[in-house]
Ligand binder design. Structure first.
Ligand SMILES: [Zn+2]
Length: 208
């Protein structure tokens, strides 16, 4: 027996609506998921950076301490032998034992300095390079939606939003998001946008 539905048109309409609703839910879900994932990834990266730095510094400091403890008696011995008939022994100890440890200590101390003060980490970057990169207009990397007298507005790079709450101040050339409170300068912005480290970001901004 064949069932004829006189309201077949309505059924089509219901199916279409259900389909559209489903699509809307999916898009919504994807957006939410992306937001949550972005925040989560950001938090994890920040945490990891801190954790790696902490662990590395712990290791480097213990190494520095170890080298200094090795050097101390050697230097004492070298000092005692200097100017005596065993001057040759002092020189040999200095050259063959003390100097190699001093070199290792220097390497460790340089890395410690680099972790504590990353600006000085990376020999090719000069202070002028970094300052120049910081002064490069941050808005060139953003899709600016509107301008005020003192700032430019864009959608936040850290999350999705309908109304731009991410701004760049003209005076300081720094960004700030009123939604998520993230802030920084042009170098930070390029590091975040293109997933670059400090040195690569500076070079990228200076186009080299
Ligand atoms: Zn934001």
């Amino acid at each position: 027996m064949k069932i004829v539905n006189p309201q077949i048109g309505d059924q089509d309409w219901i199916i279409e609506q259900a389909y559209l609703k489903n699509l809307e839910l999916q898009t919504d879900y994807r957006k939410k998921l992306k937001e949550v994932t972005n925040d989560f990834v950001q938090d994890v990266i920040d945490e990891d950076r801190g954790w790696v730095k902490g662990r590395r510094l712990e290791y480097l400091n213990s190494k520095a301490k170890e080298y200094k403890e090795l050097l101390s008696p050697l230097s004492g011995l070298v000092d005692k032998l200097k100017g005596t008939t065993l001057q040759w022994l002092a020189e040999s100890i200095q050259e063959n034992q003390a100097v190699p440890i001093m070199k290792k200590l220097k390497t460790v101390e340089l890395e410690i300095e680099g972790w504590i003060n990353p600006v000085r980490n990376g020999e090719q970057l000069s202070r002028e390079d970094i300052d120049r990169a910081r002064e490069e207009d941050a808005t060139q990397y953003l899709d600016i939606k509107s301008w005020d007298s003192d700032k430019a507005w864009a959608s936040c790079i850290f999350h999705e939003e309908k109304n731009p709450s991410f701004c760049v101040y003209k005076d300081s050339n720094r960004y700030h998001c009123f939604s998520c409170n993230k802030n920084g300068d042009t170098i930070d912005l390029v590091m975040e946008l293109y997933n670059k480290n400090f040195k690569d970001a500076v070079n990228f901004i200076l186009k080299r």
